[in-house]
Design a protein around this ligand. Structure first.
Ligand SMILES: C[S@@+](CC[C@H](N)C(=O)[O-])C[C@H]1O[C@@H](n2cnc3c(N)ncnc32)[C@H](O)[C@@H]1O
Length: 463
């Protein structure tokens, strides 16, 4: 940590540091452990107090505090995100304002996640005043050895007896009310997946997938293929400097979660189709739709119009399309409630609606504690309204696809059912779930099925 091995503040560090007057850091690891603990404490409270995504807060912190080396960044970032993953248990360890409780939390998370910075973890354990010597954390264990969430729960129950911990508590209680799962095994699988990170999923475009994988392996990216879609590439769990990859710079690799890729396959655009992506954001799915068209014919005459109420993501989409060399994608921002495109005109309309994003909690574990139940309950009115308006652009015989990255039936099945109840010229079509092989009308991708984010999709046809 450069020369700041104590708890001294940096310019951008808020003044409300952990109270550490009772902590004596003597050895170098202890001093580093103390400094890390303070930084993580400040960042954690900034996320909770400002109710802003941890990703944003951490990026801003590292942008200002250039002194941190790569190990510092890793310890700070991973410990912070781990705290949010296990906060449902940790918050029971008593008052997070107390330094001893804070050190217990840090030690417990690092133990549960088998983090590799053993000297730091040991120092945190010593500062905590708690006896972690009986912990099952093994210094020689590879960090990939990750016991299941039930055994982690057992460890918590033993380590912090008489406190009681339960796997369901790793997500807020309101989640189970709006995303009910009756089956106990499925419920546990859901908690298990929400307590771990999915790999970085990507898509090969304009290039054969095996060739792309070979090129990635040559530069030490542990890329592998995927059983479900021929253009999907799993890039593993380690963060990657995308701008250092020529494949990415040449527009031959796009990052897109495998769950999100399901949506493009359910849309299944034909090569000459005209599609409208009504909530395109920065165009993850527009690019996928275009890529699917071009896979059928490199002379595909099809095209996509992308719309969003925000301009910035549309600018980003234009850059990504240019990078990929994709002609046939244009943008048309929503400026009012009026359609920014012609009525009854499109072979396909995709409504990837704004939602609570509960399906992305694996990548953003902080959101489960920042958001409340209103993040789910507030959305269905808007979602139905966008779906209703967007549906006017579907031509007779055309396809309407509704998707979210929510796991709640309130934002999913109930919105589609409300839409179908009022629009009798649309009928629901059935699909085969790509991961489970089951036939289904409305399709939820659960994160535990194929190590992805959670998604929902329903496909309708205009009669
Ligand atoms: C789930 S995100 C879209 C993600 C994007 N399709 C992708 O694949 O990367 C939802 C998008 O809907 C946009 N949005 C929010 N309210 C909207 C509205 N009333 N009309 C159109 N778009 C809206 C948001 O700006 C956001 O970009």
């Amino acid at each position: 940590m450069g020369d700041s091995l104590n708890s001294s503040q940096t310019d951008s560090t808020p003044k409300d540091l952990l109270s550490i007057t009772d902590v004596k850091a003597e050895t170098t690891p202890q001093k580093r452990a103390l400094s890390y603990a303070n930084t993580i404490y400040v960042l954690f409270h900034q996320v909770m107090d400002k109710q802003q995504p941890a990703d944003r807060i951490v990026s801003e912190y590292f942008r200002v505090n250039k002194k941190h080396g790569s190990k510092d960044r890793r310890v700070i970032r991973e410990s912070l995100f781990a705290l949010f993953r296990w906060w449902g248990w940790l918050n029971k360890l008593s008052d997070a304002q107390s330094s001893q409780a804070w050190f217990s939390m840090l030690t417990a998370t690092a133990t549960i996640e088998s983090h590799a910075w053993h000297d730091i973890i040991q120092a945190w354990g010593e500062f905590s005043g708690n006896d972690f010597s009986g912990s099952n954390y093994n210094q020689d264990a590879p960090s990939t050895a990750s016991p299941c969430v039930s055994s982690k729960c057992e460890w918590m129950n033993t380590q912090f007896a008489p406190l009681k911990f339960d796997t369901d508590e790793l997500v807020p209680g309101w989640f189970w009310q709006v995303c009910p799962i009756e089956d106990a095994a499925q419920r546990l699988a859901m908690v298990e997946s929400l307590s771990s990170r999915p790999p970085i999923w990507s898509r090969a475009q304009n290039i054969d997938t095996d060739t792309a994988i070979e090129q990635l392996n040559r530069v030490d990216v542990p890329a592998t293929g995927c059983d479900y879609f021929s253009d999907t590439i799993n890039l593993g769990h380690k963060s990657i400097n995308l701008n250092g990859l020529s494949l990415y710079k040449e527009g031959k690799l796009e990052i897109q979660d495998l769950g999100s890729q399901v949506i493009g396959h359910i849309c299944a655009p034909k090569e000459s189709d005209l599609w409208w992506d009504t909530c395109s954001g920065a165009g993850g799915k527009s690019l996928q739709l275009r890529s699917l068209m071009l896979k059928q014919s490199s002379h595909s005459g099809g095209s996509i119009i992308a719309s969003d109420i925000r301009r910035k993501p549309l600018e980003e989409l234009a850059k990504r399309a240019k990078r990929a060399g994709f002609k046939g994608i244009s943008v048309s921002p929503w400026k009012s409630d009026e359609l920014p495109v012609p009525h009854a005109h499109f072979d396909g309309v995709l409504v990837d609606a704004p939602c609570s994003c509960t399906g992305t909690w694996r990548r953003n574990p902080d959101m489960r504690w920042i958001d409340g139940v209103e993040a789910v309950q507030d959305k269905p009115g808007l979602q139905l309204d966008i779906l209703r308006r967007s549906s006017q652009a579907v031509k007779s015989g055309g396809t309407l696809v509704y998707a979210t990255c929510s796991l709640s039936p309130l934002e999913n099945e109930e919105v589609v059912n409300a839409f179908l109840a009022e629009q009798n010229d649309f009928t629901l079509e059935s699909n085969t779930h790509p991961f489970t092989g089951k036939k289904t009308e409305m399709l939820t991708v659960f994160p535990f099925e194929a190590d992805t984010d959670g998604m929902f999709v329903a496909r309708m046809r205009r009669n």
